[in-house]
Unconditional design. Structure first.
Length: 218
């Protein structure tokens, strides 16, 4: 692993640990048909992020890249659970809900006032997310270094995986702190994201500072 990647891992670790306290520091888990799955998705995103960074640190890049889609989907479902109908909520609870990455981005943007951020991101990222998670061509093509059977992931690709997954923890924390009424923590979450973006050598996603309009909860 290069020094550049090692530094990015450390920065991402530090950022995650700081913002994670905004929820854990409250000392209790909110309950309810929507709050309970929301904080479960929140917890899963943070664990996926730790897993991705640890895998990268151990140069297990294929496994790390395979987890990028699940972390993105967990963020998507965290939004869905707050905006969906009662029927869809039951499907989520019964493990019958299927995420349609082709359509859900626009639905999130409409409900949370995030312009076209989710729609555009998922549209551009969907092919890579599927390929890396489902052992597709993008993964297979990186199992060779020349004629040698050895992983071959560029620093730029690894940094992008760090970038996207770290943005995911920001987004789910942004959503959760706002929904639960933790206004000070919500503001600090954005401040810390800005500091991480400034310190990182990668360009941050054009993330919206989305609020949580009550009309989004049906």
């Amino acid at each position: 692993m290069s020094k550049l990647v090692d530094n990015e891992v450390k920065l991402a670790d530090e950022f995650r640990d700081k913002i994670e306290t905004f929820i854990l520091g409250k000392g209790q888990c909110p309950t309810g048909d929507r709050n309970t799955p929301l904080v479960a998705y929140w917890s899963l995103v943070f664990e996926f992020h730790r897993g991705i960074l640890r895998l990268i640190s151990n140069e297990l890049y294929g496994a790390a890249f395979a987890l990028v889609r699940p972390i993105v989907e967990a963020v998507v479902r965290a939004h869905v659970v707050l905006m969906c109908s009662e029927e869809e909520l039951k499907k989520l609870a019964n493990d019958e809900y299927r995420t349609n990455l082709q359509t859900v981005g626009k639905e999130i943007d409409t409900n949370f006032g995030t312009d076209s951020f989710f729609e555009n991101f998922l549209k551009s990222a969907r092919p890579a997310l599927h390929s890396y998670t489902h052992a597709g061509a993008l993964q297979l093509g990186r199992r060779f270094h020349g004629t040698n059977l050895a992983p071959n992931y560029s620093d730029e690709e690894i940094l992008e995986a760090i970038h996207v997954s770290t943005s995911a923890v920001f987004m789910v924390n942004n959503l959760t702190t706002k929904h639960l009424g933790f206004e000070q923590e919500w503001e600090l979450n954005t401040e810390h994201f800005g500091a991480w973006s400034a310190a990182s050598t990668t360009l941050p996603l054009a993330l919206p500072a989305s609020g949580h309009p009550e009309s989004a909860v049906k």
